[in-house]
Design a protein around this ligand. Structure first.
Ligand code: BEZ
Length: 223
């Protein structure tokens, strides 16, 4: 597990502070509701790894119901889901049984137990000085090469948006495919932006004053 190189020993460091976009996702293995899992076994497909503060809590329950219902949408994008909290495996089992009985949906993606917080701390899901994992909802979008491509941190009292998680995946996959950029509020099917051609000849040759850096993917010299 990689050390927090940016804020060593800083107990007030923000969760997600230890890892950065572009880092390799640190490998680990753990017990889960779907058996033993190892992160590196997921190479070759996308993975959304996320922490939740605690089992049997209201917002977390709504998130798991929403994600279980959207599991097919993630699978369509060749993306696995993996959850993690400090709760025990038996707590996870009891919670998933309650979710199935109450909401008529089965959570079939693995939920890891992390009783010692070794994974949570390594991923910055909990601040170094915190004694429990109940602080944040961290989400890591990991690409098929095992590289962290995006991360989000939500507070305990606000649930994540499943459509936004899917949109993030769509955007990451689209920009990879076209070596392009996804603009604000981009949705699948909409135009992507081209990479700026930031050399002076292109700047002076461009027709409009912004055309050298702000244009659609595939348009002229801007790709
Ligand atoms: C919740 O999921 O509802 C929750 C979890 C931890 C603290 C507060 C709320």
């Amino acid at each position: 597990m990689r050390q927090d190189a940016h804020n060593p020993g800083d107990a007030s460091a923000a969760p997600c502070a230890g890892l950065r976009i572009g880092d390799m996702a640190p490998d680990f293995s753990a017990r889960s509701t779907m058996g033993d899992v190892r992160l590196s076994d997921y190479r070759g497909r996308w993975l959304v790894l996320f922490s939740h503060p605690a089992d049997f809590t209201p917002v977390c329950t709504t998130e798991f119901v929403a994600l279980a219902r959207a599991a097919g949408d993630f699978a369509q994008r060749d993306c696995a889901l993996m959850a993690l909290s400090v709760d025990s495996l038996f707590s996870h089992f009891a919670w998933l049984r309650m979710i199935r009985d109450r909401f008529d949906v089965e959570v079939r993606f693995p939920i890891l137990e992390d009783p010692t917080l070794v994974i949570g701390r390594g991923y910055g899901m909990v601040a170094p000085g915190d004694s429990d994992s109940g602080a944040v909802r961290s989400t890591f979008f990991i690409d098929p090469e095992g590289v962290i491509r995006a991360m989000t941190c939500y507070p305990a009292n606000v649930g994540r948006s499943t459509p936004e998680m899917l949109r993030m995946l769509d955007a990451l996959q689209a920009v990879d495919k076209e070596t392009s950029l996804a603009p604000a509020n981009w949705q699948p099917g909409e135009a992507l932006l081209g990479q700026p051609q930031a050399d002076l000849d292109n700047v002076f040759a461009a027709e409009g004053e912004a055309d050298w850096f702000l244009g659609k993917a595939g348009a002229g010299a801007r790709r």
